[in-house]
Design a binder for this molecule. Structure first.
Ligand SMILES: *Cc1c(COP(=O)(O)O)cnc(C)c1O
Length: 366
């Protein structure tokens, strides 16, 4: 799909000493997640006077920041996460990168940061994938995870939006989440709050994650994989996990996902599954769902499956849930459910180019 040419052109500086082929091969055989980085990065600068300028694809290197840079003090930072991956015919692709670009700008507005033209966001991702195309994991189902982000760079300790920013894209080879799907996870109901009405819950900003680390550590200390957050006001309505949205599947074939009311991150996987489930003829409602109802419906058999969704693992079944007061309950068989598997397969087939891309979601890169 052709998109309008970005107004900025990229200066390309090839890494003088990229990781030797043999060392890279070792990394790509077992990349894990977020531990290794490709040879290059994209940087684009923004200032009040010049707007976006100095777009460079150059060697990955540490940043030089003034210690008073606003990002270090007031956390003016936003990010995105998307995967470049191989289609079954061997071509490389991105999945709905324009949606990431649009969400990035929504986050930018909430954090009082400048918006980046969507075409420029996508072009930056494409540039990095083009220069680091040898960083695709050799293993089946591997991908090159792209992390676009923006930081406030102005050296100023007063509290107001900064006057200069850097937009950066880095790439990290990622292992296989796809092959057989994620195993069912165990969820801990957190007493902490992730987002409150009027807060930053709908923005993809580092600050949200900083605040989720203690609840996540608590979940793990209690022997659970993930935390589910409830609403701030009543502590009753289910919102999402720290980094994944939730779907509830009922025995009558209905699906419910919590509505985007400002406290939930509008996941692109969530939105894609909403579309696919409706195409399957399922009834999907964006509707508030309460923790006590979840427990009751799981017990009565009215609720048969629950899954979390996000770019990293696509779809992750939720097997059991533990509430510090009421104790544990099991969902369905406690393992991956049928509809969860079916929806995951539908989405993965489109992402891989095995099923027709009727929505124009797959952007081929070559
Ligand atoms: C990124 C993210 C998601 C999932 O979004 P996708 O676009 O599907 O990857 C869900 N919740 C939170 C809090 C997130 O940061």
């Amino acid at each position: 799909m052709a998109s309008a040419a970005p107004a900025l052109s990229f200066t390309r500086i090839t890494h003088p000493a990229p990781l030797p082929v043999e060392a890279r091969g070792k990394v790509l055989a077992d990349p894990g997640f977020g531990k290794h980085f490709s040879d290059h990065m994209v940087t684009i600068q923004w200032s009040e006077e010049r707007g976006w300028h100095d777009a460079v694809v150059g060697p990955l290197q540490p940043l030089s920041l003034h210690p008073a840079a606003s990002v270090l003090h007031y956390a003016q930072e936003i990010f995105e996460g998307l995967k470049a991956y191989r289609l079954t015919d061997g071509a490389m692709a991105l999945f709905r990168p324009q949606a990431n670009a649009a969400r990035f700008n929504a986050s930018a507005r909430r954090l009082a940061m400048p918006e980046l033209p969507e075409d420029l966001f996508v072009a930056a991702c494409r540039e990095l994938v083009a220069v680091d195309r040898d960083w695709f994991p050799s293993i089946e189902g591997g991908s090159l995870y792209l992390r676009p982000f923006m930081i406030a760079t102005e050296a100023f300790l007063g509290v107001r939006p900064a006057k200069s920013y850097s937009f950066i894209v880095i790439a990290s080879p990622a292992g296989n989440y796809f092959k057989s799907g994620a195993p069912a996870v165990s969820i801990w109901v957190s007493q902490y709050t992730r987002a409150a009405p009027g807060g930053t819950g709908a923005a993809k900003c580092g600050g949200n994650y900083a605040a989720s680390l203690v609840p996540q550590a608590e979940a793990m200390a209690q022997g659970h994989d993930q935390t589910v957050f409830l609403d701030a006001a009543e502590h009753r309505w289910i919102e999402e996990l720290g980094g994944m949205n939730l779907y509830f599947v009922f025995a009558d074939g209905t699906l419910i996902t919590p509505p985007l009311a400002g406290t939930i991150l509008p996941g692109i996987t969530r939105e894609s599954l909403l579309t696919l489930a409706r195409e399957e003829g399922l009834t999907v409602r964006e509707e508030k769902y309460a923790i006590d109802q979840w427990r009751a419906d799981a017990a009565s058999g009215k609720l048969v499956e629950t899954f979390a969704c996000g770019t990293a693992a696509v779809v992750t079944p939720v097997g059991r849930v533990t509430d510090p007061v009421e104790g544990e309950f099991v969902i369905g068989s406690g393992g991956p459910g049928q509809l969860t598997q079916k929806l995951r397969q539908r989405l993965v087939a489109i992402q891989r180019g095995e099923a027709a891309d009727t929505h124009g979601w797959v952007m081929r890169l070559d």
